[in-house]
Design a protein around this ligand. Structure first.
Ligand code: LLP
Length: 434
C-alpha cells in the first residue's frame, strides 16, 4: 500500500523485487507496473474470509477495473469468477481461456449482439438490469434453443457515501429494478414465468470506494424484507445473493480502508441473520470486487520533463503522461500520492503541482505534492493506480496508451504492449480521391 514502499540500497523504489529505475529503462515511461503478489494476496484475503465465514461463495473479479488477457488469467489462477460488462470484456475472457461458466455479465444496456455472444459462449449467469434486457434474453434463448441462469439487479434506494458519479444504489439511478416502486417484484414474477430463464437470485451494488459496511448490511436488511413477501407471494427462494463490489482502498495516507475480511464478514453475517429471520435457507454469497483486487497493486511510472514556477502561486512539474492514462483526478477530483523513484528518500523541500502533458489546464495529477527538489529526468511513481487507470486510458491528443508490466518477486513480464503510432491510425481511412 501507499505507506510501505520498499527501497533498495541505492534508494530506488522497488516494485516486487525489481528496481523501478530498471523497469523504466527497459519499458520506458509512462508505464504501469503491477505487483502480482499484491493482487494474489487480495484475492486470497477475500476467499479466506468466505472460508472462515463457512458459506458457499463466489468472488467475481470486476474486470472493468482492469482487463487484459494476463489479468483475466491471473484471476483464474486465483480461483476467482469474472464479472464482465461488455462484449469486449467477454471477448478478452474468451481469449484468456477463462472458464465461461464462471463469467457473470453485468450492465444496464447489453445489446442483442452481446447477449447472443454470451449465450453462445455459455456464460454462468446474466445479471439482468431491466425489462428490455429480460425480453431480449428470452428471445435470444428461444432463438438459440437454450436456457440461462440470471440474477436480477435490484436497486435498494440506498446511497453510499462516495462520489455521485460512482454511487449507483440510490433512488435516482440508471441501474437496476427499483425496490421502492414495485419494479423489482414485477421482475421477480416475470422472470419466474419465463421457461428459458432460471432465476437464481438477486444482486445489488451500492457504490464504489465504500469505507463502511453499514450501507451494505442496510441494503441486505431492506432486500430481505421484500424477499420475505416474494417468497410468500411468488414462491421465490433466492439461491444466490450478490452484494456487488465497491470495497474501498487506500489512495493516500488519509484513506483508512477496511480489510477485505471486514466487508465479507459483515455481508455474510447480515445475510445469515436475515435469511434465518425469514426461515429461508442460507443462499450462496457472491461479491464482485474490482478496485480492491487491483488498485493498490498498480503503480504508474512517469519521467519528469518541464517545470514552470509561478512565484507564490504554484510550481508546475510536467510528466510524460497524465489524464490520458489516469483520468480520475480530472474526472472525480481523485487524490493520489507519489514519490521520486530514482532517489534516496530525502527531506521534502517544496510543494509541487504535478501536471500531465495533455493540452488542457484540467490535466493535473496531483495539486500539492511535497518532494525534494526535482530535476527533469527524475522518475515519478504514482501509487494505487491499478484500478480504473489503464482501464479508462484514452488517446486524447493522440497519445499512445502506456504498456503494462506484471512483476512477481524477481520476474517481470510485459502483459500489454505500448501502443504505437501505427496503432493510433489503424482504423483511420484516408479521404477518397475524386
Ligand atoms: N459491480 C458493479 C455492478 C459495479 O457497477 C461495479 C463498479 C463493481 C462491481 C466494481 O466496483 P469496485 O469494486 O471496482 O469499486 N471509474 C470509477 C469507478 C466506477 C465503478 C463502476 N462500477 C473510478 O475510477 O472510481
Amino acid at each position: 500500500s501507499v505507506m510501505t514502499n520498499k527501497r533498495n540500497e541505492q534508494g530506488h523504489l522497488m516494485i516486487g523485487n525489481i528496481d523501478a529505475v530498471r523497469l523504466a529503462e527497459q519499458y520506458q515511461t509512462p508505464m504501469f507496473a503491477y505487483d502480482v503478489s499484491a493482487i494474489r494476496n487480495k484475492a486470497r484475503a477475500f476467499k479466506s474470509a468466505f472460508e472462515q465465514a463457512g458459506v458457499n461463495y463466489e468472488v467475481a473479479y470486476a474486470s472493468k477495473a482492469f482487463s487484459c488477457i494476463a489479468m483475466v488469467q491471473l484471476a483464474h489462477e486465483e480461483g476467482l469468477s469474472l464479472d464482465v460488462v461488455s462484449g469486449g470484456e467477454l471477448y478478452t475472457a474468451i481469449q484468456a481461456g477463462f472458464p465461461m461458466e464462471k463469467v457473470h455479465f453485468n450492465g444496464n444496456n447489453k445489446s442483442r449482439r452481446e447477449i447472443k455472444e454470451a449465450l453462445q459462449a455459455g456464460i454462468g449467469c446474466f445479471v439482468v438490469d431491466n425489462f428490455h434486457e429480460l425480453e431480449l434474453l428470452e428471445e435470444e434463448c428461444n432463438n438459440l434453443q437454450t436456457q440461462t441462469n440470471i440474477l436480477l439487479r435490484i436497486t435498494p434506494g440506498i446511497e453510499g457515501t462516495t462520489h455521485s458519479y460512482i454511487s449507483t444504489g440510490g433512488e435516482d439511478s440508471k441501474f437496476g429494478f427499483d425496490l421502492f416502486n414495485g419494479q423489482a417484484e414485477e421482475a421477480v414474477a416475470k422472470s419466474l414465468s419465463i421457461p428459458a430463464i432460471q432465476l437464481q437470485g438477486l444482486h445489488f451494488h451500492i457504490g464504489s470506494q465504500l469505507f463502511e459496511t453499514s450501507v451494505l448490511t442496510e441494503a441486505i436488511a431492506t432486500l430481505y424484507r421484500h424477499i420475505e413477501h416474494w417468497h410468500t407471494l411468488h414462491g421465490f427462494t433466492p439461491e444466490v445473493i450478490n452484494a456487488g463490489g465497491g470495497f474501498g482502498i487506500s489512495y493516500t495516507r488519509c484513506d483508512e480502508p477496511l480489510e477485505p475480511q471486514a466487508f465479507v464478514k459483515a455481508i455474510v453475517h447480515s445475510i445469515r441473520e436475515e435469511s434465518g429471520r425469514c426461515y429461508l435457507p442460507l443462499p450462496e454469497v457472491w461479491i464482485e470486487p474490482g478496485r480492491s483486487i487491483v488498485g493498490e497493486a498498480g503503480t504508474t511510472l512517469y519521467t519528469i520533463g518541464s517545470q514552470k514556477e509561478i512565484e507564490d502561486v504554484r510550481h508546475y512539474v510536467s510528466v510524460d503522461g497524465g489524464m490520458t492514462d489516469n483520468i480520475r483526478p480530472a474526472l472525480y477530483g481523485a487524490r493520489y500520492e507519489a514519490e521520486l523513484a530514482n532517489r534516496v528518500k530525502q527531506q521534502d523541500e517544496k510543494t509541487y503541482a504535478i501536471a500531465g502533458k495533455a493540452c488542457e489546464s484540467g490535466d493535473m495529477l496531483i495539486y500539492n505534492l511535497p518532494l525534494p527538489t526535482v530535476n527533469s529526468g527524475d522518475l515519478l511513481a504514482v501509487f494505487s493506480t491499478g484500478a480504473y487507470g489503464y482501464a479508462m486510458a484514452n488517446n486524447y491528443n493522440r497519445l499512445p496508451r502506456p504498456p503494462v508490466v506484471f512483476i512477481e518477486n524477481d520476474k517481470h513480464q510485459l502483459v500489454v504492449e505500448r501502443e504505437s503510432y501505427a496503432d493510433l491510425v489503424r482504423n483511420d481511412r484516408p479521404l477518397e480521391k475524386e
